[in-house]
Design a protein around this ligand. Structure first.
Ligand code: ATR
Length: 267
């Protein structure tokens, strides 16, 4: 029951109304018997959003597009991994001290851990914020990284920061990798007919992961499945980053199967 003791958590973004955060975090709070609510706030200004966290004593916040970078200068402490990635997706309010973390990084690796990453060749498609988090996560597990991106300069900069090889987009079909991860918005509705990696470069021994989860089965994953690859959908990473946030906020591990079942029905 919501009462005077209920603690507030939220997501800041723009847009934020499509966020699946409220559904999964409120489900987890209820399941764990924690007296808290999680709301979506569509905001215009990172500084004002952070001020609201301080004023209302909001206990924790998810930070999403386009504030993951701009929020950093307004909080009090930033975790070294989030600093290296250059993006914060989680704020924890520790007795008035606002601490920033990046749970995307750990989340990108979590679904791949069962297949082993160390020594594997991992091709990351894209060089934006999501790609940076994924690349740092893979680098931390000693994966051998290939970056490919539409805009060459951006791709080369990311490749340099994580000690990876860069392959231009027009040479993507020649890439030989053990794991392919799409971090771009290609495949997302309403342009779901596009594919982020050339089908001819997919082989049956590959693990193929997409960060896109609307739709759940992107064209990349459908094609990879037909080729006999193991596929990992974007919901796996989304749930893993949310579970890591929940742990930072509450010190409790949420039921990720429950989170997944709850959200699957809403996509
Ligand atoms: P995010 O923070 O979600 O990663 P972003 O920083 O805007 O978002 O990065 C989006 C990534 O998707 C970039 O790598 C972008 O390529 P560019 O660097 O060339 O912009 C890639 N991307 C988005 N739409 C694309 C498209 N239609 N074709 C190829 N790449 C695309």
């Amino acid at each position: 029951m919501i009462d005077a003791a209920t603690r507030l958590y939220c997501v800041f973004g723009n847009p934020a109304r499509h966020s699946k955060g409220p559904v999964i975090h409120n489900t987890a709070f209820k399941n764990k018997g924690i007296n808290a609510v999680y709301l979506a706030f569509e905001v215009q200004d990172a500084a004002k959003a952070v001020q609201a966290v301080r004023t209302l004593d909001i206990q924790g916040a998810s930070v999403t597009i386009p504030f993951k970078e701009s929020i950093m200068e307004h909080i009090d402490w930033i975790d070294p991994t989030a600093r290296a990635i250059g993006a914060v997706n989680t704020i924890v309010n520790e007795d008035g001290v606002l601490k920033g973390y990046n749970t995307d990084c750990k989340a990108a690796v979590a679904p791949l851990v069962p297949f082993g990453i160390s020594g594997k060749i991992v091709c990351i498609v894209g060089a934006g914020g999501a790609a940076r988090a994924v690349a740092h996560g893979i680098a931390a597990q000693n994966g051998e990284i290939i970056i490919t991106n539409r805009t060459e300069q951006k791709g080369r900069i990311l490749a340099e920061t994580v000690n990876a090889r860069f392959v231009p987009a027009n040479e993507m079909a020649n890439i030989q990798a053990d794991v392919v991860i799409n971090t771009t918005s290609i495949g997302m509705t309403p342009k779901a007919d596009k594919i982020s990696f050339p089908p001819e470069a997919l082989t049956s021994e590959m693990v193929v992961m997409d960060v896109v989860y609307t739709p759940l089965r992107t064209r990349l994953l459908e094609t990879a499945e037909k080729k006999g690859c193991i596929t990992i959908d974007g919901l796996s990473m989304f749930i893993a980053q949310a579970a890591a946030q929940f742990e930072l906020w509450t010190g409790t591990t949420p039921d990720t199967d429950l989170m997944r079942n709850t959200i699957s029905g809403t996509i």
